[in-house]
Write a protein that binds this ligand. Sequence first.
Ligand SMILES: [Zn+2]
Length: 479
Amino acid sequence: MPIRLFDTLSREIRPLQPADGQTLGFYCCGPTVYGPAHIGNFRTFLLQDVLRRTLEADGMAVNHVRNITDVDDKTIRQSQAEGMSLLAFTEKWTEKFHADCGRLNLLTPSEEPRATGHIPEQVAMIEKLVAGGHAYVAADGSVYFKVTSCEHYGELARLDREALRTQSTNSAGESNDADEYDRESVSDFALWKARKPEDGDNFWPSPWGEGRPGWHIECSAMSTRYLGESFDLHGGGVDLCFPHHENEIAQSECASGVRPFARHWFHSAHLMVEGAKMSKSLGNLYTLDDLVEKGHSPMAIRWALIAGHYRQQLNFTMNGLQAAASALAKLEKTLAPLLERLGVSRDEFRGWIAPNSLLTTGVFAPAWEALCEDLNVPAALGALFSALKDLDDPDFDKLALAGQLQGLGGLLYALGLDLFAVEESPAASAPEAVVALAQQRWEAKKNKDFASADALRAEIQAAGWQVLDRKDGFDLEKV
Ligand SMILES: [Zn+2]
């Protein structure tokens, strides 16, 4: 079944297929590594992850490239403030980003190029643009892209072409070296920034003198390097649509002469927190650590962040996060007796969380179809729970049940939901001493020393925990 997805450029839902019929090239704008990513950043990366997983669950190979922005105004300023070299500073935050991605069960990209590792590619692309009359060198040695040289500039963000032309005429020669700006200030933008004293020792040689690349050019250079001059799919948060993605298109297409730069554009909507825009001053710029410290599991956080439709603003609330945790617990609780009936352990079931074609025909097919139609995660989650009800029938043939649950494994793979993970189990959140008692009790029980087991159970209860036996272990629940 072909996966269909809204394309920001054509403004329509279109089938998503690789041009070569085999591997889908997917470029995502990655994090700027100057601090911990917040949940708004992670919502974007998680939705890209669900899309990639859905394509893989459908049997498609995905070449997923996500860059690391390790040089820009923010990384330079912050590394200097902390008295670290740019390399050591960005390395530290890249490691933190990877650790957070792991906890949220994000798949590792096929390639994760860093901007500073690809300066020659960026310089080569700027040279092409200068040679082709699409860029000019300013008096200080900075290089700017000439917006009026690109006939189709503004198509992605739907800028008013007429206004753009008059504006450019009115502000001839005006240029902008800020990395981010809004659509009211369309102007020539920096491809190469001449070295300034405040850059410290963060500069590279170029035909125009020492300096560093602008932000936009890195994605053009790295996507071309890893996916070619024209590739299948480009993703990012909706805030990147303009100017970043508009500029990527202009640079890439003017340098290569090949259109389109990306055949399909995938943008996810903003995240609000408790009904308000995220901001430092409101104190709602949550990181993963902030939420884990409040006692939430990364898997529940993942669920809460993907549960809304990607094209609608998601209002992230603590109530929503609680609801996600309950939904996750309910799913595990419903599954546990079904697995018991089949004699399948939880670990074995976790092995079933993998692409599986049984998904397309069983009771979970409606949930799968919802994912295939413009990545409708909320509809998929709703359909998943209705399907579970259908399975709760003691007459269900065991072999058929096993097939259905393998299909469910395919769906869980697409959503990136890992169930019964040790780390997320209630046992993991109990104090170490209580877990130790429960382990002793489990051993005692295995050795048929029931007196000791009972005594240990009482001790655990006195500590405020209840031990629940499973076929292959135990759970701890707060009393
Ligand atoms: Zn980018």
